[in-house]
Design a protein. Structure first.
Length: 100
């Protein structure tokens, strides 16, 4: 059984391996402009596919960047709290009388 692909579900996703479009018999000959190159269409389709494939990677990179920034801010806040606690402890120790 030889199953061919459709426009919505092509047999292959690679534009270079797809069969070229053939003119319809219902359209009059010469109705479409012939100066359009199919290589340009294939190149733009290939670039669009590559861009679409890179979107999840870019989203993951942006998510990791945001997460790292959150972690860095949290780490900074923890250091600040620790420094304030140590400062209060030092102030209390300095107020205590000296006992030899």
């Amino acid at each position: 059984m030889n199953i061919t692909g459709t426009i919505d579900h092509p047999l292959t996703r690679d534009p270079q391996k797809q069969a070229p479009m053939k003119p319809s018999t219902s359209e009059p000959a010469g109705s479409a402009t012939e100066d359009v190159t199919t290589t340009g269409a294939n190149d733009s389709r290939q670039n669009r596919t590559r861009e679409m494939q890179l979107i999840p990677e870019a989203m993951a990179r942006a998510h990791m960047h945001d997460r790292l920034r959150e972690v860095d801010a949290e780490r900074h806040a923890v250091r600040l709290v620790t420094a304030r606690r140590m400062q209060r402890r030092a102030e209390r120790a300095s107020r205590r009388p000296y006992v030899p």
